[in-house]
Design a protein around this ligand. Structure first.
Ligand code: BES
Ligand code: MN
Ligand code: MN
Length: 459
């Protein structure tokens, strides 16, 4: 280890508490991209991110407008001849509902038992901030960074990154780099740092069913027209068989089969299925038959109903025949499924199985391609060494069931490898009440990030 990095790590250790205080300010901004009433907060979070980059000592920091929320850009390009890292993350967060289930208010970050609780703590402000602080430590203490770095932080990840494909295509030169680094995933488990080499994709839809022009008295008209709630649930019930297999014709055509090597590797991971089930509070696990739980969430596609609404759901009873029923349905996709093609198959199937008694409308929401990479490259090896320095353990290689739509776009457009090094934990309640981030992982993550730049410089 170079003397320079010793100083950098000392700086990170000395400023540990200040980093947490600053993170609290970042987490106080309710940058919920899904809700229009928060658009000013979203912009404020973008500005806050930009200020943090400036404070860290980065150059050319600015907000770049898109047709949606602004992108935050900043760079430090004073290491001629050294590789350039493109760091990606997001400053937007998920909505906080149901807010009454939070132990402390979602935008008043609170530390309990070594975890910081707030919306965005793990996903993704905490992980973005970790890299900003690693850069600050290098620039304030080491005098410079050992690599070139471009920061690219967006504000629409949680709503599908719909404007990002165009943005990346239009800014290929600005984003030119040797490797993409992202911290927006989880570790396999507490004390098991991980590098992720595959993400699932997504295809998201809304189905609207209408049975009459307005709600009807269920006594006067019940029996004369179809009930849209029943029709919709019948449609949904035909999406999967009892073995968890999706019944849309052609759905599995492009699914890349799991390799025997991968299956064997995953069997070695410290996965405790009983604990997993208990942590989830599920009476019994369920998924596609013929696959283990890890295989199901990492390497197999799935279909879920994300929301369902019809008729009277208040207290008491109301004799009504609802005019409409609505469902949000999404599919997680795996290599080499294409969201567009899956969308066509889904729509065709819904139309085919829908009865003539109702009007059915299918609306396509956002989507994203699945992604998978060969992880035997020098950048991944560099990340492995950095993680070992930060966490005292070399990482395991995992896939993830979640999606980060822009990763596949980076690969297609920029043609460079991506390293996904995340420090969240599977039980940190991302997207749920009481989201949190382990402060030990946050701190070790800053150290690992500081090493990562050094290790990538040495490649
Ligand atoms: N950080 C997550 C994705 C993630 C979570 C990857 C855990 C791996 C492990 C990201 O912010 C996210 O939530 N993505 C959305 C994408 C969607 C809105 C297009 C997702 O996966 O639902
Ligand atoms: Mn995220
Ligand atoms: Mn998320």
């Amino acid at each position: 280890m170079s003397a320079g990095l010793n100083n950098v790590v000392d700086y990170i250790n000395v400023h540990r508490d200040r980093y947490v205080d600053e993170l609290k300010q970042y987490l106080a901004i309710p940058s919920v991209s899904a809700l229009p009433e928060h658009s000013a907060d979203v912009r404020r979070a973008a500005e806050w991110t930009a200020d943090a980059l400036r404070t860290a000592g980065m150059d050319n920091v600015r907000l770049i407008d898109t047709p949606g929320n602004p992108v935050v850009y900043g760079d430090w390009l004073n290491a001629p001849g050294k590789p350039t890292i493109l760091f990606y993350g997001h400053y937007d967060v998920q909505p906080v509902d149901p807010v009454n289930l939070w132990t402390s208010p979602p935008f008043e970050a609170t530390v309990r038992d070594g975890e910081i609780y707030a919306r965005g703590a793990a996903d993704d402000k905490g992980q973005v901030f970790m890299h900003i602080k690693a850069i600050e430590a290098h620039l304030k203490q080491g005098g410079g960074l050992p690599v070139n770095i471009k920061f690219f932080i967006e504000g629409e990840e949680e709503v599908g990154s719909v404007h990002l494909d165009d943005f990346v295509r239009d800014h290929k030169d600005d984003l030119k780099a040797d490797v993409v680094v992202i911290s927006d995933t989880t570790m396999f488990d507490r004390g098991v740092p991980s590098i992720c080499y595959s993400l699932r994709g997504l295809a998201y839809f809304q189905i609207d069913v209408r049975g009459s022009k307005s709600d009807l008295h269920s006594g006067v008209f019940g029996g004369a027209v179809a009930n849209p709630a029943i029709v919709l649930t019948q449609i949904l019930a035909q999406m999967k068989d009892r073995g968890g297999r999706i019944k849309i014709p052609g759905f599995y055509d492009d699914v890349r089969p799991l390799s025997d090597e991968e299956r064997a590797e995953w069997k070695k991971l410290p996965f405790n299925e009983t604990r997993y089930r208990k942590d989830l509070g599920a009476p019994k696990l369920f998924g596609e038959s013929g696959y283990t739980t890890l295989e199901r969430v990492w390497a197999r596609p799935t279909l879920d109903v994300n929301g369902l609404y019809s008729g009277f759901t208040g207290e008491g009873a109301k004799t009504v025949l609802p005019a409409t029923a609505m469902a949000k349905v999404s599919m997680r996709l795996v290599p080499n499924q294409d969201p567009q093609k899956i969308g066509d198959l889904f729509e065709d199937y819904v139309r085919k199985i829908a009865p003539k008694t109702v009007e059915v409308k299918v609306t396509r929401m956002h989507g994203g391609r699945p992604w998978m990479t060969e992880f035997d490259n020098k950048f991944v090896r560099a990340a492995g060494r950095a993680i070992e320095q930060g966490f005292g353990k070399s990482p395991v290689f995992v896939r993830e069931g979640g999606s980060i739509p822009v990763v596949a776009t980076f690969e297609r457009e920029l043609r460079i490898p991506t390293v996904l090094f995340g420090v969240g934990l599977p039980d940190e309640n991302a997207h749920a009440p009481d989201e949190k981030l382990d402060l030990g992982n946050f701190h070790n993550g800053i150290i690992a990030s500081a090493y990562l730049y050094q290790e990538i410089a040495n490649t």
